[in-house]
Design a protein around this ligand. Sequence first.
Ligand code: SIN
Ligand code: FE
Length: 317
Amino acid sequence: MNLASAVSSSPAAGLSRIVIVDPPVGPSATTAGRSRELCTELEAGNIVLMPSSPILIPGEDRDLLFGRRQARSPYHKNIAYRPTEDRITGASGSSEAESEQARRILRDYSRRVTEFLSNLLSPYATKWKLDYASYRPIEEKARPARLHARNDLLHFDSFPTRPTNGARILRFFTNINPVESRVWVTSQTFEAFGPRFAQTTGLANSSGREALTRRMRSFARILGIPVLSRPPYDELMHRCHNLMKEDTDFQETAPKQRWEFAPNSSWIVFTDCVSHAVLSGQYALEQTFLIPQDVLAEAKRSPLAILEKIAGRRLTI
Ligand code: SIN
Ligand code: FE
């Protein structure tokens, strides 16, 4: 069975809704009850949209990011900012002063988003892990990329080199383009899609094979042989990510919703449970948070819980 035929027969099942938070709430405005409600909406696969972003980027910083003050555009690739190390990567080709400017702007963005979400999504804030922030300066429409790195194909996010071991991937995006919307399509949530995916990969029948792999790994560790130990959860999510992008039939026939994120809007989404693709748009900022299972409002709806229920065993290490 390919993924296209694995899509639920009801096209409306498991599609996302937009939940508008407008005007953006100030530091003291979100009650604990409202925070919890928003967490529940996000975990259900809905998108929290702020039509007018609470994180406005000063005009001169935008000009620096767009390269308006230079004869050439200084940033050619997505730039990642690692908050815990206060370091950026991906700025090669720009001068030292330009790299420093990008680092300052991303540091500031990362801090302001973190402060804003500590209030808006307070149940997560005590235990989340601050992951990377990024600046996305490239036009997404027809952006050249190898198949598995293409973001214009529907997928659930999974980090190949930074396993989350079951923690959820929450992302806060801001469209800083002054005139163009950032256009996404989304399809079914993991809750609707995951069980069919698990069927296609034979997850329910794979416990014997996994147990053998686990035994071999611990044996290798005892012998001091280095082992690649990506948790089973991350293996599965990554396999799902790749299979979705490889399946042209699925990409064409999956039920789709199209969203236009207007200039100066921000949106929040669990990209590990909302299948998404970006079709067009240039100049966005983003901050990622890893949300552990024990602070989720409804852990049983998480991709980890869904996959573990089907597998009948733990998928984390
Ligand atoms: C993605 O996570 O697939 C990209 C989203 C975006 O850059 O808008
Ligand atoms: Fe993605």
